[in-house]
Design a binder for this molecule. Sequence first.
Ligand code: 6PG
Length: 239
Amino acid sequence: MSARSIEVLATPDALAQRAADLVVALAADALAARGRFVVALAGGSTPEKAYRLLAQTPGLDWTRWHVLFGDERYVGSSDPRSNYHMARNALLQHVPIPEEQVYPILPSWPTAAEEAVAYERRVGHLLPDLDLLLLGLGDDGHTLSLFPGQPALAATTLVTWSPPGVLPPPVDRVTLTFRAANLARNAVFLVSGAGKAATLARVLDADADARQLPAAGIQPVTGSVTWLVDAAAAAALPA
Ligand code: 6PG
């Protein structure tokens, strides 16, 4: 069982600040220990505030960051539904990470399935050295683009594809698999809002079934899991 910690922050802004501070701390640790920081960014809406705070953080050695994506909607990079589009606007275009060290998942192939194979070829060598995997939680219990009951949950590769889940947007996805996610030294979930409260309590329950609640399947083999949640999302957690 991975080491797990849960931090409840009073507000969404406090959550974003704590998340940015934790990323900065983990980056410093990685640079000191291994000379580079390998991070996979989360998509969705929750991380955006933290990315904007990161972009304003002085004194970071961005030149030694390697930025992957935990998952992506199979749409163009200028599509507002794209996770890369959000991360580029909030963070990547504001900081001097060398372009060759940013690895977006782009619709370069006719299908998401083909892009998944191509992405694994591009980033597979970095995944065993993944310092930080940032994650969100869908209110259906998904994380990355690992949706309840979908074949992607059983993938043995490092990257796979998935048809749309029940939550929007209804587009194919490319996603890291459990095998890749559980290589991470640090998996950090950012969960905000009352709409996530019931699902968060189910996912954190010891009996959670990862086939129905995929976020419960994030259990790094040797790494840790940190849940950064705001008070509204934590409302259904046991006292
Ligand atoms: C995506 C994300 C997904 C997200 C959750 C939570 O592509 O949608 O990777 O896993 O993290 O759906 O999304 P919100 O932060 O928007 O609630």
